[in-house]
Design a protein around this ligand. Structure first.
Ligand code: BGC
Length: 391
């Protein structure tokens, strides 16, 4: 039997088993609701007028894409997914990503990368420094000694040029200048968001005029039970990875590729996110304050799902497909509960998760990891698909 089909059907089997005992795990009380005047109605797309502004001299906007099954709102500020509405197991439209209801909040709240395209280098570069083609480059250290998600003003915080190509397709372009945030080379980046049926495809393309490093990803915070539904502890997660990259205390990979077997990082069978996150006997869990680690995807994930997650209340299932070698599973360990989100909710601790398809963190300093160098004449072209269903 095809291993991938087995992987997917294995999730269905385990979920079926856990639903069949008529004794579901207790649903945690919502903790992320705050009173707010005139909040956006739940599961309603934000108002494009609330996203019309001028930032850094560039116009910002909100683009709405629709297919028969799902709809998505995307702003050109940070190329961010603001809302993603999919039907739950009863057909109820459900917004499954965290975000704000206006451009002002994206600009003025402390940045958490909600829904953004992160770059030039998604995740960390150790000591904010790397060596490439005989030259040393110094970046902004914005995460302890390290550089995180492109530096002080990464691709999440710039205005992209948006062009809606059809009801279901958006093109966003950005020119990152030579030396921006310390990175070499002028980099021309294009991101396409495309809805087809019940899936959202993100296609990233780039070219450079000098050797540089590049690692683009999307930083959507998913919450498959919908806005304000409490912790994600009972979401069932499977990641098609036999190995992961353990980190040091500053979350930089040690260079070792370690087996997940026998650790809280073994998600080869669907497991509740909360089942082992509190295992502080595990040093990696202590370093990450929970899950904040890169998984080394098994090679067959080029053909099938890299990860599958199901919301225990909504029945909404997210399958992630990618051509990238890794995926960062971040379980919302530093979410503060202080940011005023859509529909009068807040970003409570561990109430959403990210699955950031990517090259491994700190690859520019770790020769044993797959290379993230992009040279002039090469075409960067990668794709990630988020596919939704409900049962
Ligand atoms: C990182 C976390 C970080 C979070 C910020 C994730 O991609 O791995 O360490 O706290 O982004 O939102």
């Amino acid at each position: 039997m095809n291993k991938l089909i087995f992987f997917a059907s294995g999730l269905a089997t385990v979920l079926f088993m856990s639903c069949g005992n008529n004794n579901p795990a207790p649903v945690p009380a919502p903790t992320d609701t705050i009173a707010k005047t005139q909040p956006l109605a739940e599961n309603q797309l934000p108002d494009p007028a609330a996203f019309r502004d001028t930032v850094d001299g560039q116009p910002t906007a909100l683009y709405i894409l629709k297919s028969k099954e799902i709809s998505v709102a995307i702003t050109n500020y940070g190329a961010r997914v603001v809302s993603l509405i999919v039907p739950d197991k009863n057909g109820k439209p459900t917004d499954v990503v965290l975000g704000y209801d206006s451009i002002g909040k994206y600009i003025h709240q402390p940045d958490t990368y909600f829904g953004a395209v992160v770059g030039r280098y998604g995740n960390r570069i150790a000591k904010a420094h790397f060596h490439l083609e005989g030259k040393d480059y110094t970046l902004a250290a914005n995460n302890g000694p390290n550089s995180l998600h492109g530096g002080k003003k990464g691709f999440d915080a710039v205005v992209w040029t948006g062009k809606q190509l059809s009801d279901s397709m958006l093109m966003l372009t950005y020119l990152s200048k030579d030396g921006e945030e310390g990175y070499p080379g002028s980099l021309q980046v294009t991101v396409f968001y495309l809805l087809q049926g019940s899936q959202l495809t993100i296609n990233y393309k780039a070219t450079t005029d000098q050797p540089t490093v590049l690692n683009l990803t999307n930083h959507s915070y998913f919450k498959l039970n919908g806005q304000g539904s409490g912790p994600i502890a009972n979401h069932q997660l499977a990641i098609n990875a036999d190995r992961y990259t353990p980190v040091d205390s500053t979350l930089i990979p040690t260079g070792r590729i370690a087996p997940v077997a026998g650790t809280p990082f073994d998600f080869r069978k669907p497991t509740a996110i909360g089942a082992r996150v509190g295992d502080t006997t595990n040093q990696q869990i202590r370093y990450g304050k929970g899950y904040d680690h890169n998984f080394v995807l098994n090679p067959e994930t080029r053909k099938g799902p890299a990860a599958i997650v199901q919301g225990d209340q909504s029945g909404i299932e997210l399958a992630v497909f990618t051509d990238q070698p890794g995926i960062q599973f971040y379980g919302g360990n530093v979410m503060t509960g202080t940011n005023p989100l859509k529909a009068g909710k807040t970003d409570a601790w561990r109430s959403a998760f990210c699955l950031e398809t990517q090259h491994f963190p700190d690859s520019p300093n770790e020769p044993s990891f797959p290379s993230t160098e992009l040279k002039p004449g090469q075409k960067y072209n990668t794709e990630t698909i988020f596919r939704f269903s409900a049962k």
